[in-house]
Design a protein. Structure first.
Ligand code: NAD
Length: 353
């Protein structure tokens, strides 16, 4: 092609750009001097499309953000969002093309897609541009947006760019009072599902100080909650479909009440804002182990604290799933729930598929 060529690659990229899209964009970027990636959108139509599939609606701003991240080190690639109505009429494409040309602001030399069927309409819309097909049989990355919408993103995890995956990670939080096997269960689950986890930050915090008995201060608790949230973000970015999390802001609030006798508004606010896909509640029916940072071992106190924590969770409208029994039973019950969440079959002896 002549120097100074301008190309366009467009789509709705719903629910998200997949590896086939990334491949097409990169191939296109090597063939022109300037490439414009166009994210077309029609909110009402897309919401309906997502409702009919099995994915939550992903706003255009999020899709634009992913494309911006994907192309941030490619100075000759530019990303735009353009409204194109989706009524099923050819007029939609004409309206879209007007918006696309206005966003690009210069004549187009090439239009890229993987659809041979688009050649006639592109010929009408962009008569001076060449339609260049990239992998029309979708052999390099056999995936499509409709497969992701219909079958869910977890089934096609390896077809999602690494920067997109964290958005779809399922967050499983494990809560309970002291010494009910949370840390062990969280670590075991993370290893079994080959993914990452977030440790109980309050514990790490006091281990760093050397103890927690009689030395906790009210200001420790917001700090614990902030650091915990930060680690959720860090580990979530590396997770493989699911992230296991040991405790959260409501448990931190519960400890604030127990240790310093007060409830902290900022923890209530975090508790209201946080979102998890699944809550596992561990009943305190395994042996109490004193690991040096624990204080409430007496059976009656243990039961009373368990009741208090449940009350607090219920106050925030949390729908948790209780798990009890010995360590083997707890692991098996947890795996049944997690398999269900991930859409995996629950097999005999709960073996992994
Ligand atoms: N007005 C325009 O010029 C224009 C151009 C393109 C798209 N659009 C709009 O975008 C909407 C969606 O278009 P779509 O369904 O083609 O978008 P899409 O989001 O499914 O795909 C975007 C592009 O990537 C290509 N692609 C998809 N999967 C691929 C894979 N595995 N490997 C390689 N390439 C792959 C597609 O052929 C398409 O060109 C259209 O209905 C239209 O509204 C408009």
């Amino acid at each position: 092609m002549k120097p100074g060529t301008v190309g366009m690659y467009g789509g709705k990229f719903l629910p998200c750009p997949h590896m086939g899209h990334v491949y097409a964009m990169i191939r296109a970027s090597t063939m022109v001097d300037e490439l414009h990636v166009i994210v077309t959108y029609d909110e009402a139509y897309e919401q309906k499309l997502c409702e009919d599939g099995c994915i939550p609606y992903i706003p255009v701003r999020v899709r634009l953000r992913w494309w911006t991240q994907l192309t941030k080190d490619m100075p000759h690639v530019h990303v735009h969002a353009v409204h194109q109505p989706e009524t099923g009429e050819m007029a939609d494409w004409h309206i879209g093309a007007q918006g696309i040309l206005a966003a690009i602001g210069k004549p187009l030399d090439a239009v890229f897609s993987s659809e041979t069927a688009y050649t006639p309409i592109f010929g009408e819309l962009y008569p001076d541009a060449q339609h260049i097909l990239i992998d029309p049989k979708r052999e390099v990355y056999p995936i499509s947006g409709s497969m992701l919408r219909k079958e869910g993103v977890l089934k096609h995890w390896n077809m999602l760019p690494a920067i997109v995956q964290p958005h779809f990670v399922k967050k499983v939080v494990v809560v309970g009072t002291e010494s009910c096997g949370k840390s062990t269960l969280v670590r075991n689950l993370a290893n079994l599902y080959n993914t990452t986890y977030v440790e109980e930050w309050g514990r790490t915090y006091y281990e760093r100080l050397g103890n927690c008995e009689d030395i906790t201060l009210p200001e420790d608790y917001p700090e614990i909650a902030f650091e915990h949230k930060y680690h959720e973000k860090v580990q979530g970015a590396k997770a493989n479909k699911v992230l296991f999390i040991d405790t959260e802001a409501i448990v931190t609030q519960y400890f604030s009440k127990l240790y310093v006798g007060k409830r902290q508004p900022i923890l209530d606010e975090i508790a209201r804002l946080q979102q998890y896909d699944f809550w596992l509640f561990l009943e305190p029916d395994v042996e109490w182990v004193d690991d040096g940072t624990r204080s409430f071992g007496e059976e009656q106190v243990r039961q009373e604290n368990n009741r208090l924590l449940k009350e607090l969770l219920e106050e925030f409208g949390v729908r948790y799933h209780s798990i009890s029994g010995n360590y083997q039973e707890r692991l098996e019950q947890a795996m049944v729930h997690v398999n269900e969440l991930l859409g995996r079959p629950v097999v005999k002896n709960h073996e992994m598929k």
